[in-house]
Design a protein around this ligand. Structure first.
Ligand SMILES: [Zn+2]
Length: 212
């Protein structure tokens, strides 16, 4: 059975929208007989957006979506409205489906962060050990007849080895910061959009708006 939702301040979606940058008839979602979801912007002045895997919202005009797609109508914050496609077909006020998805998203996020952390620690050790390696190489070279490293060169080599090796791994910090940013954008309340703690996700309730 195909169904069509006109979404907006005077739309027929099963939840109320009052945000001031959302039009009366802002967007349309059609679910066809094959279960294909299509989202269309109805020439709204403030636009229709969907969230990508990194948590950024991109403007769309007509797009195939899924019931897990996070949709934003209008501007961000209090001026717009953010909801998951599933909200159109669920009992109003029931966010259990979204919280179950959040649990999965959090598990993926934790795995990514743990992998990055391990990589960064390993690289940290390599940087630390490189000073020792430089000492060993100097000693080795010094033991070969005919090669004479003067003390200044030796000092510079040993002191700069960890810095040079550290530079090779400088992207680790940036990647970790990016992961934390992603967590802030993805692990958020499906109703009010505020960031949720791991505890909140585990308990499947938002402490701010009490959505569950
Ligand atoms: Zn909330």
């Amino acid at each position: 059975m195909a169904s069509t939702f006109i979404i907006g301040r005077s739309g027929n979606q099963p939840f109320k929208i009052t945000a001031d940058s959302v039009s009366n008839e802002h967007a349309r979602v059609t679910i066809d007989n094959n279960g294909v979801w299509t989202l269309e912007d109805l020439d709204s002045p403030n636009g229709t957006y969907i969230r990508n895997a990194s948590g950024e919202f991109n403007q769309v005009y007509k797009k195939i979506i899924s019931e897990d797609t996070v949709i934003r109508l209008g501007r961000g914050g209090h001026h717009g409205c953010i909801f998951t496609g599933h909200q159109l077909i669920s009992t109003p006020g029931d966010y259990s489906y979204e919280f179950r998805n959040l649990k999965k998203a959090l598990a993926r996020q934790q795995a990514d962060e743990a992998m990055m952390q391990a990589k960064s620690e390993r690289n940290g050790w390599i940087s630390k050990c490189s000073g020792m390696a430089a000492i060993a190489i100097c000693a080795l070279l010094g033991s070969i007849d005919g090669i004479n490293i003067d003390p200044n060169t030796r000092y510079i080599l040993i002191a700069s080895a960890p810095i040079i090796v550290g530079l090779l791994f400088r992207n680790d910090k940036a990647a970790m910061a990016q992961l934390r940013q992603k967590r802030q954008k993805l692990i958020v309340c499906p109703k009010c959009g505020r960031p949720l703690s791991e505890f909140d996700v585990e308990n499947m309730i938002c402490p701010s708006c009490k959505a569950r």
